[in-house]
Write a new protein. Structure first.
Length: 407
């Protein structure tokens, strides 16, 4: 089944929003064993959408349209599909009454324009929307399927799982495609690919590398007749990848560095605190995202200026001798955090960021009764990217110390 996704919205073309719907759907289709051949983004122009739909109709068996199902004049997906199929839109009175009941509960006065959301064509079956007001469509005609879903990701994902996936499972040929993502850090993409070249040549399972802010990801994808067969194929390749890249791997699939740290802190039964400067609060916020409570992570101090660092307890003479952002200052910051919050481990992060050259260095120190470890990482990119990279580097180093030196 050849598939094309058509995201609709001028705001996507202008870069005002990021099209996350297509990446979600692409992943979902692969797991169903359905081939995605094209993604064609089009703005809020009915003629251009109709042209895009016609091209998709000629080269795909299934078309998935996201967006353009709202009540306003620039929501033109229903009208475009009707024109493509030469069918007339008619208001479904039962659906309109259902929408009115829903809208009256939340909006009070019901705009008459919402009646457009109750219009359907003879070929369309309605996909219920249990989160919003825009119902979707399931259309089958002339050996083609058209699925129309709303643009808001939370609505789209729920409708996809509840109203679309069960129908698609009945139509696919039983082929299963599964993927497993291995996540690494402190490894260049080219180097990672070089280290697994002998595995990258395989046709099934396949292995591909991707660069991400939190490191290089390696995605193993297997195609098989059953889910168990696909998992066995993936497991064989994953074992080899882990052997080759063992010192760089920090997680897999839905893991984030912060969730990995949260689990390790709980498993080891240790407490953590932090002090940061140039990362401007991002370190503390990221760690907090990964913990289920604040028993293990007690807090983070933010001190961007030399005066603020000194007020927190960093010796002025150290900053004068080594600089405000230096390994020596990071070490002192870790000690200050540990003492202030009375934790087992203190994490200090200082960064030299040169926005003129888009380069810098992150200095990371971990302080505990058992050790004081200092790490450094070279940074590249704009200020935002370097800050994020410094935080990921700190969490990667923290993970290593928790595994290697905390019993």
């Amino acid at each position: 089944m050849k598939t094309e996704i058509i995201p609709v919205g001028t705001e996507i073309l202008l870069g005002n929003i990021v099209d996350t719907d297509s990446s979600f759907l692409a992943n979902q289709l692969s797991m169903l064993g359905i081939d995605l051949h094209f993604i064609s983004t089009v703005g809020d122009n009915e003629d251009r959408l109709v042209d895009t739909l016609r091209r998709a109709w000629d080269r795909a068996d299934m078309i998935i349209v996201t967006g353009g199902l709202g009540p306003t004049g620039d929501d033109i997906t229903r009208e475009a599909i009707a024109r493509l199929l030469d069918e007339r839109l008619v208001v479904d009175q039962e659906l309109w009454q259902r929408l009115q009941r829903l809208l009256s509960r939340y909006a009070g006065t019901i705009p008459q324009s919402n009646i457009r959301q109750a219009a359907v064509i003879p070929s369309a079956g309605v996909i219920p929307n249990h989160m919003g007001t825009a119902p979707g469509w399931w259309v089958e005609k002339d050996n083609h399927i058209i699925i129309a879903l709303p643009g808001p990701p939370d609505e789209m994902k729920l409708m996809w799982q509840e109203g679309v996936v069960p129908r698609l499972r009945e139509k696919v040929d039983g082929t299963i495609i599964l993927s497993r993502t291995i996540k690494t850090f402190r490894l260049a993409e080219a180097r990672a690919e070089e280290m697994v070249t002998h595995l990258s040549r395989l046709s099934n399972p396949t292995l591909a590398t991707y660069i991400n802010p939190d490191g290089v990801h390696l995605r193993i994808t297997a195609k098989a007749g059953t889910e168990d067969e696909a998992r066995v194929m993936i497991s064989s390749i994953e074992e080899q990848v882990r052997t080759v890249l063992s010192g760089h791997i920090w997680g897999a699939d839905d893991d984030t560095l912060s969730s990995v740290i949260g689990r390790l802190l709980k498993a080891k039964g240790v407490t953590l605190s932090a002090m940061e400067s140039a990362t401007e609060g991002h370190l503390g916020s990221t760690i907090a995202d990964g913990v289920t409570g604040f028993t293990q992570f007690r807090g983070s101090l933010l001190a961007c200026s030399a005066e603020a660092k000194e007020a927190c307890g960093v010796d002025a003479c150290i900053m004068e001798e080594y600089g405000d952002e230096s390994p020596e200052v990071a070490k002192r910051m870790a000690e200050v955090a540990r003492r202030h919050f009375q934790t087992d481990i203190g994490l200090g992060v200082a960064c030299n960021l040169d926005c003129g050259t888009n380069s810098g260095d992150a200095f990371i120190c971990l302080s505990s009764d058992r050790c004081d470890r200092v790490f450094s990482h070279a940074l590249r990119g704009d200020r935002s990217r370097m800050k994020k990279r410094a935080v990921f580097a700190a969490l990667f180093d923290l993970r290593r110390v928790l595994i290697e030196e905390v019993s």
